[in-house]
Design a protein around this ligand. Structure first.
Ligand code: DQQ
Length: 540
């Protein structure tokens, strides 16, 4: 029944049925990408959490494997919660995860593959002397979770960090270990930010300031900056910050205190949470996984029998042009799904107009690359304007300013009664300084009344000589949008009821009052990925 199944996606990772949340322990091992995830095998709501498990050779096509770990010990009987993988230099693999005990105490546990020679890592053994860590003095038993991948010190010891809070200050504790069984809590914290609440799923990793390659988690020294990311339980967003890691003190300092964790940048200004990176040893890149929660009602999730997606994995690199943010970009393998393409060159879109783009029938699975130029005469002519602009102002893409909004309407029906505008908005300040916003307006994304319809967005740096550029992945009920090669990203989890399958169209629009825009686009239809179940579909 097409009404029941249309919300399923075609190239985003999701289990066949039931609830999924955080990505866990991603890694590349003996020829396979492994993806574990928080999973409820018994329903479409959070609970009974185990580790689901899938493998892939390209991060796009997946084979679901049996559940890797279930809640079968006193130290994880309330759930096998989030954790991370560490690949040791000798090839050994260790997994650390949070268990919620029979008393709902949050503890850290060690697990490892039963048969390290099995590239599929089907069977897992929990260390008999678990837990390896319990909440230290001063830390609430419910505020101690989500161990990171470990990194090496110059002395050959391993360090991990674990998110927590003290009063309202979000913190990340650092532990040192030789064997992943005995740990020592270091004095002080990796980092703390007052007022930010509990830090979930902390991630800590180096990025190269001189090259495009990703770095092993233990890399340090010159030409390296470190990212701290925390998922804020209070506002359910993933915040990151760039800075310097001091090995001596095991302390990290933000480059710019104004852009500290939670004060500045987010990975994504839409729906995107509990993310985690791993270093892909095969392709020498750092890959980011992020959980996309639902924004419909719990009842709707129960009715459809499943909940949540994962974002298409993204490579993460330091933005050497701005020097102040990372760039996120869908892994190159997703381009293998590109089929038929359409090109539009230098289309002039006049103020107040909407132009349909004919890209054939299969319009609910697209990869769109678009570039826009604002007409220079108008840019010069327009005086200071819209300095108070914010994406989230009521009205969204319907609000008209001198130099915006302009962009695309995706998952729109013929009559535009459903549409999701993804757009730029240019504000002009004193001395002619331009400030560009990148926004996604979900307020008209669905006729359904039981879904959230926020308007998302933030600023995006557009450097001298750059055009306004966006990439959009459209996949039935999710739209992932990337501005300026991934400086600002927005994931929209939306539920069109009319703009589905071949009734989903796309349009160019320009709601600016003063300026023409010139648009050039390349648009590909996307094939579906192979994401099948074990064992029925695996055994061929
Ligand atoms: N989800 C896990 C926790 C983590 C939270 C439980 C973040 O370990 O803090 O399912 O979404």
């Amino acid at each position: 029944n097409r009404m029941l199944t249309w919300q399923r996606t075609s190239f985003h990772f999701q289990p066949k049925i039931n609830w999924m949340n955080d990505p866990n322990g991603p890694l590349y091992y003996k020829g396979w990408y492994h993806f574990f995830y928080q999973y409820n095998p018994e329903g479409a709501v959070w609970g009974n959490i185990v580790w689901g498990h899938s493998v892939s050779t390209d991060l796009i096509h997946w084979r679901h494997l049996p559940i890797a770990m279930t809640y079968d010990q006193w130290y994880d009987s309330n759930g096998v919660w989030t954790g991370s993988a560490t690949l040791l230099p000798n090839g050994d693999l260790v997994m650390l995860y949070t268990g919620s005990t029979n008393q709902t105490v949050q503890v850290q546990n060690l697990a490892y593959p039963a048969d390290p020679s099995d590239p599929l890592l089907i069977d897992w053994v929990k260390y008999p002397k678990n837990p390896v860590l319990v909440p230290p003095p001063g830390i609430d038993i419910h505020d101690f979770r989500d161990p990171t991948t470990a990194w090496l010190t110059s002395e050959g010891k391993w360090r991990i960090t674990i998110g927590s809070k003290i009063n309202k200050t979000g913190i990340s504790l650092v532990y040192e270990t030789m064997d992943f069984k005995n740990f020592e809590l270091l004095e002080g914290v990796l980092h703390a930010v007052p007022g930010t609440g509990m830090w979930e799923c902390v991630d800590f990793y180096p990025v190269s300031t001189s090259g495009e390659n990703g770095l092993d988690t233990s890399m340090k020294g010159s030409g390296v900056k470190h990212v701290v990311k925390a998922s804020f339980d209070d506002d359910r967003n993933d915040y990151y910050s760039l800075g310097t890691y001091d090995e001596e003190t095991a302390v990290w300092h933000p480059d710019d205190p104004k852009l500290d964790v939670g004060l500045g940048l987010r990975y994504d200004y839409g729906k995107f949470y509990a993310s985690k990176t791993f270093f892909d040893v095969e392709k020498k890149r750092r890959v980011l996984w992020g959980w996309i929660p639902e924004t419909d009602s719990e009842l709707a999730d129960i009715q459809k029998g499943w909940a949540s997606l994962q974002a298409v994995p993204r490579t993460v690199v330091f933005d050497r042009k701005t020097g102040s943010n990372v760039l996120q970009w869908p892994v190159v393998e997703v381009e293998k799904l590109r089929t038929k393409s359409w090109q539009f060159s230098n289309v002039v879109v006049q103020p107040g107009s909407v132009l349909p783009l004919d890209v054939g029938k299969k319009t609910s699975q697209l990869d769109i690359m678009a570039e826009f130029e604002l007409d220079q005469e108008a840019l010069n002519r327009v005086n200071e304007t819209d300095e108070m602009f914010s994406c989230s102002t009521a009205g969204g893409a319907a609000n008209r300013g001198a130099l915006g909004p302009f962009g695309l309407l995706v998952l729109a029906d013929e009559s535009l009664s459903e549409q999701t505008p993804i757009y730029f908005y240019v504000a002009k300040g004193a001395e002619g300084k331009l400030k560009t916003f990148f926004c996604a307006d979900e307020s008209r994304s669905s006729k359904a009344t039981d879904v959230m319809k926020p308007i998302y967005g933030s600023t995006v740096p557009v450097l001298k000589g750059e055009k306004f550029s966006m990439r959009i992945l459209v996949d039935h009920s999710i739209v992932e949008s990337f501005a300026q090669r991934g400086r600002t990203c927005i994931t929209s989890r939306i539920y069109p009821t009319k703009a589905i399958y071949e009734d989903a169209k796309i349009f160019l629009f320009n709601n600016a009052t003063e300026a023409n825009i010139i648009a050039s686009l390349k648009i590909w239809q996307m094939d579906s990925a192979y994401i099948h179940s074990y064992p029925t579909e695996l055994i061929m």
